[in-house]
Design a protein around this ligand. Structure first.
Ligand SMILES: Nc1nc2c(ncn2[C@@H]2O[C@H](COP(=O)(O)OP(=O)(O)OP(=O)(O)O)[C@@H](O)[C@H]2O)c(=O)[nH]1
Length: 535
């Protein structure tokens, strides 16, 4: 960018003055604001949508977990139902009708191979175990003490025991008992013993998500089966809050229960209608919100990075815009002082357009200034400009010394050219006279058209003697024939000479003296020069 500027922007700004007291914000401020407005609201909306999605996911998970719990109950029930069917079939054995218990044991042992039962026990009304397939027939067998099985003699209805340690098996097991009805009363209770690892294995085969815990609890809330780690928890009472909750509802869920291994869980549970046992499905609470936290963290990181990158970008772009904008200040101020301004290419289109506008305005202004100070016909300085120059030169001369000679020139017989050949020929003659004037003085001298057919030349650093020489030459040059229009025009010129400081002390006086001298030359017969009276 090129711009001529003689004083700093601060001075000019003071000179121009600014209205209003609120300080305007920088382009960087607005760009950063734009970035914040573009990044933060969408990020908040995204966070809200993620949270909404999480809530939907939670609801879905709850439905899935509840459905899985019921499915696990069905698994347990299926296990028990299979055993009960085998029991009912066996209870109708003809060997029992015949009280042939040896044959019955043999039959029961045969059935064991085909059903998911570990042993059969036959209990008589005296509470004695009469058959136990774990022992050969005839072995000494204990008195049955399991209350749930013994109650069948009174209720006549099948029953499922809680977990107990079998007196023959010597291990934790559960049992299903059915009545063996003979002659309208319960003659025997036939029970099937089930090792609980069968249930745990059944739980293990369920496709549960990682860290989910499935547990089967008997009616007393004792762990009957568990997946995983049943070996650590079998026979232990379940978490008290869960056991209490399970006792009060057929199904549901409970928060804040601690699993037996200490994990914070949300536990979903459902009760089996067959056994009065319950199945609980523990879902770690940490896992439930971890995905939400991860998503929100990812979003926050992404938004943060985007924010930092965008603000950095806005800062850089804002800086470029600000620099380019400020680069227009000096040319604009120079333009205000009337100086010629040329603004080079700028990196931003709009600012480049402003720069071009400044250059164009400067060109127009220079043209207007030129027009205001020059004669439009001849291109010479006009009277206004000539007088300004003259005054300035006299000021300079007063300080630094030196003569200024002023030649006042008037064409002789010009009116006749106009009258005879028309104004356009007169104009051409004036233009040619101006050209001859310019051509016959130094570049440092100033030639002007003062009006009509009157011209003036200011000779800087020239005294009376030099002025006479120039005047003589100009009379000769301007009096040469002018080949214009249809013919050759012959006119002449009269020149008056006045010299500063001997003839005048001011610009006006000097002009006046030269004008007087010019009239004297006319009076003396034209085509000549005359010097001021004072010299
Ligand atoms: N063509 C033309 N004529 C002009 C212009 N300005 C003034 N004039 C004419 O120039 C003439 C000047 O008048 P004078 O100075 O009396 O004419 P002159 O014949 O030179 O008279 P003397 O100076 O006494 O010799 C007038 O007729 C004006 O109309 C112009 O721009 N163009």
């Amino acid at each position: 960018m090129n711009a001529s500027a003689s004083s700093g922007p601060a001075t000019d700004r003071r000179a121009v003055g600014r209205g209003g007291s609120a300080s305007p914000k920088s382009i960087r401020f607005w760009l950063v604001l734009l970035v914040l407005a573009s990044v933060i609201p969408p990020s908040l909306i995204a966070a809200f949508l993620i949270h909404l999605d999480y809530r939907h996911g939670q609801a879905r998970l709850e439905r899935d977990a509840m459905a899985t719990t019921h499915a696990l109950v069905a698994v347990v029930d299926r296990e028990l139902a299979g055993s009960r069917a085998a029991l009912i079939a066996l209870a109708s054995s003809p060997h029992l009708d015949a009280h042939d218990l040896a044959a019955f044991q043999s039959q029961a042992s045969g059935v064991l191979k085909d059903v998911n039962v570990n042993n059969f026990v036959l209990i008589d009304a005296e509470r004695r175990q009469r058959v136990n397939t774990l022992r050969p027939f005839g072995s000494a067998l204990p008195i049955e003490r399991n209350a749930a099985l013994l109650a069948i003699f009174d209720t006549g209805r099948p029953a499922v025991t809680d977990l107990f340690v079998g007196p023959v098996a010597h291990r934790p097991l559960m049992a299903i008992g059915v009545p063996v009805q003979r002659a309208g009363s319960v003659a025997y209770v036939l029970a099937a013993g089930l090792w609980t690892d069968r249930l745990s294995r059944a739980l293990l085969t369920q496709p549960l998500p990682e860290h989910w815990i499935a547990g089967v609890y008997d009616s007393a809330g004792v762990v009957v089966a568990r997946s995983p780690l049943v070996e650590h928890f079998l026979g232990q009472p379940g978490p008290p809050s869960l056991v209490r909750r399970m006792a009060g509802a057929p199904d549901g869920w409970i928060d804040d229960t601690s699993a037996l291994d200490g994990t914070e869980m949300r536990s979903y549970f459902a009760r089996s209608s067959v056994s009065n046992w319950a199945v609980a499905l523990g879902v770690p609470r940490a896992g439930m919100s971890a995905e939400l936290q991860r998503s929100l963290l990812r979003l926050a990181l992404g938004a943060g990075l985007m924010l930092v990158a965008s603000i950095a970008g806005a800062w850089i772009i804002g800086g470029r815009i600000a620099r380019s904008t400020r680069a227009l200040c000096l040319p604009a101020l120079a333009l205000g002082r009337g100086e010629a301004v040329t603004v080079g290419a700028l990196p931003l289109k709009e600012l480049d357009e402003v720069g071009s506008a400044l250059t164009t305005t400067s060109t127009l202004l220079q043209q207007a200034l030129h027009d205001a100070h020059h004669d439009s016909l001849t291109g010479l300085a006009n009277r206004t400009m000539f007088e300004q120059f003259l005054r300035q030169r006299i000021v300079d001369s007063k300080r630094a010394g030196g003569d200024i000679a002023l030649l006042y020139i008037d064409l002789d017989g010009f009116k006749a050219v106009n009258d005879r050949h028309g104004h356009h020929v007169g104009d051409d003659l004036l233009r040619e006279a101006a050209r001859r004037l310019r051509a016959n003085v130094r570049l440092s001298d100033i030639a002007a058209r003062l009006g009509g057919d009157e011209f003036a030349v200011m000779l800087h650093g020239t005294g009376a003697e030099g002025a006479v020489t120039v005047a003589q030459n100009l009379v000769g040059q301007l009096s040469q024939p002018y080949g214009l229009g249809s013919g050759v025009q012959s006119i002449s010129a009269s020149v008056g000479i006045a010299v500063y400081p001997q003839d005048a002390s001011s610009a006006e006086q000097l002009l006046h003296r030269a004008d007087e001298a010019m009239y004297r030359a006319k009076a003396q017969g034209r085509r000549r020069y005359a010097a001021s009276n004072a010299s």
